[in-house]
Design a protein around this ligand. Structure first.
Ligand SMILES: [Zn+2]
Length: 302
């Protein structure tokens, strides 16, 4: 049955897309960063001008730092339990990123609170292979990195994996992606749990990938459709709500800033005025909703 007024339920920290449920699983929230560390095109005057519009959930009005969340989405269909984007992980050596370093975060407890054990997970998907999207792919056990989800098939977009694999092979002693390729991707491949898939791979009816290149060479988004409802788990196609006001802003972490801008703008234009719910990887909850057009900018309607 189509749920024509489908919304993100802040209490539930999730939503229902027809008969499919989606729930957010937090790893780290309210992570402050100077806007300039992410957006090369910003300046204090612009960010100050956006503080009223977006509020202290997203921008600290004093320091003008912006806040990011790091979370997964767990998608439950009649057939499968699917985790998208695996955040930072625990016990990972990330010396260049103190708040990511040797964490003992609440992710698995939050997953358990949502009624999901690691054994329940059928598929793990990463929209891309940056360190903050693969961390919980693996956990430390007896000094080794092993897949956190023992029964899951991990789906990697083959174009994304091939790019980072080639980078890794060029300079194996150099930590790639803060070391995440080695501790959070390769052990999954070694365990035989990785499947390389096309950028438009279909997992089951209503769950499919779409290429969204730019942020990384093989970046994808995940569509969820059922009963006339539609949500897009869009990873880092958009990082922060300020990009609704400035969709032209790519980030310092984008592989191809121009392509990223084209992809982001097209995504927002496609969603604008439709019932599609947009679920980015780093928006602070509960800022998930439908996209509305506001002149040449965009807004979000919760
Ligand atoms: Zn990210």
């Amino acid at each position: 049955m189509a749920n024509t007024d489908m919304k993100w339920d802040a209490q539930l920290d999730g939503c229902h897309v027809g008969g499919i449920s989606i729930k957010r699983i937090a790893d780290l929230e309210s992570y402050p960063l100077p806007a300039g560390a992410i957006f090369p095109d910003q300046n204090d005057a612009i960010i100050r001008g956006l503080t009223d519009r977006f509020g202290p959930l997203h921008i600290d009005p004093g320091s003008l730092k912006i806040f990011l969340s790091f979370h997964s989405f767990v998608i439950r269909t009649d057939a499968h339990t699917i985790l998208v984007d695996l955040c930072l992980g625990n016990d990972k050596i990330r010396a260049d990123r103190p708040q990511w370093h040797m964490r003992s975060g609440p992710f698995l407890g939050n997953l358990a609170a949502a009624g999901v054990t690691p054994e329940d997970v059928d598929f793990v998907m990463c929209t891309h292979l940056h360190a903050d999207h693969v961390g919980w792919n693996t956990k430390r056990a007896d000094g080794e990195w092993v897949p956190t989800f023992p029964k899951a098939e991990y789906l990697f977009a083959e174009k994304e994996y091939a790019y980072w694999r080639a980078e890794y092979d060029k300079n194996p002693p150099e930590p790639l992606l803060y070391g995440a390729f080695e501790d959070s991707v390769l052990p999954v491949v070694a365990a035989g749990q990785a499947t390389m898939v096309a950028g438009d791979h279909r997992v089951e009816a209503g769950i499919y990938l779409e290429p969204a290149y730019g942020h990384t060479p093989g970046n994808v988004v995940v569509h969820v459709e059922d009963g006339g409802d539609h949500a897009i788990v869009c990873g880092d196609a958009i990082h922060h709500p300020v990009q609704l006001a400035h969709p032209e802003w790519s980030t310092n972490f984008c592989f191809d800033a121009d392509q990223s801008r084209v992809t982001r703008t097209a995504l927002l234009e496609d969603c604008a005025g439709t019932g599609t719910l947009l679920l980015p990887a780093h928006f602070q909850a509960p800022e998930f909703g439908r996209i509305v057009r506001d002149g040449r900018k965009f807004g979000i309607e919760r």
